[in-house]
Design a protein around this ligand. Sequence first.
Ligand SMILES: Cc1cc2nc3c(=O)[nH]c(=O)nc-3n(C[C@H](O)[C@H](O)[C@H](O)COP(=O)(O)O)c2cc1C
Length: 340
Amino acid sequence: MTYEEIRKQAKENLDPTKCSACPVCNGIACRGRMPGPAARGTASSFTRNLEALEKIKLNIDTLYEAGTPDTSFDFFGRRLSLPVMCGPIGGVKASFGAHYEDDETYTMDLLKGCLDAGTLAFTGDAPVPTVYTAPMKAVKTWGNGIPTFKPRNLEDAKWRIAMAEENGAAAIAMDIDCIGLPPLRNLDPPVKAQTVEELAAMIALTDKPVIIKGILNPKTARKAVQAGAKAIVVSTHSGRVIDQLPAAAEVLPAIKAEVGDEVKVFADGGVRSGLDVFKYLALGADAVLIGRPYVQAVYGGGAEGAKVYTDFIRADLVNAMYMTGALKLSDITRDMILVP
Ligand SMILES: Cc1cc2nc3c(=O)[nH]c(=O)nc-3n(C[C@H](O)[C@H](O)[C@H](O)COP(=O)(O)O)c2cc1C
């Protein structure tokens, strides 16, 4: 299948009352439509991510010693074909429609496609425990999953980390920004803020790299590093937890300056092309996550959809590297973009 065919099929398979499969997934058509993939309130914490990236332009330089760009990325000793992973999206049936009956069948396709494309996928968590547990079959089968759970208490973290380890997770992640969602605060045990000591106790439960997701300022990044995180994700949860946040691209440089020498810094929100990947990398990210477009690709083409979509993103990134003379990821520097 071509990416165009996948997009066409996605339009058929996605529930149109939830997701309109827009040519560019930008949070405008779905504004106010929840449950679904929309953002909260005015959706500015979603749309601003795309607006901020759009304002940044490439600063090309095509006079250099020619070579072939290498997009490969080291993820804790594992070689990925590009610095892009699929971000965690839990509960796809509720948000995107019944083409996939549950998170197990969806994740089996997603992780297979990401593996074929040489990358990893995070899996999600929600009030219903199966959103966390159902993807474990795919995590075990394909070996390229990163289970992501919401911070509750140590007992809860114990069983989730044990399950991730038993199923051969590539790493483990926690989305600490999800405490903004009122229904999660009423769970038993409740999703809640953690002190550095509480977070450190959770991280100490595993030898796997722990990635802390949902950081928007250097202060939080510093605390996550103090607690033992091996990587962080600069992210607005793409507007799912609160309105009126800055774009991830706007706050990334300060966070990179604070902790970038100590841990890997990932970013997400609004990545819709390989050029956007390049922009985030030039701003200081080591790698990026992509959320909704992966779901659309899998709804349109199953495992092949995830593979073709990843290849589409990589081709664009390669082109940006050719045009700037960055032949490896570490060559991508801040002066290769123009930021207003
Ligand atoms: C329907 C939906 C469910 C999500 N579920 C989770 C989740 O369980 N855990 C998490 O950390 N992030 C979750 N996210 C946020 C994404 O992982 C990611 O931060 C965001 O989608 C990236 O932005 P993008 O969609 O603009 O690429 C979810 C997002 C959507 C749209």
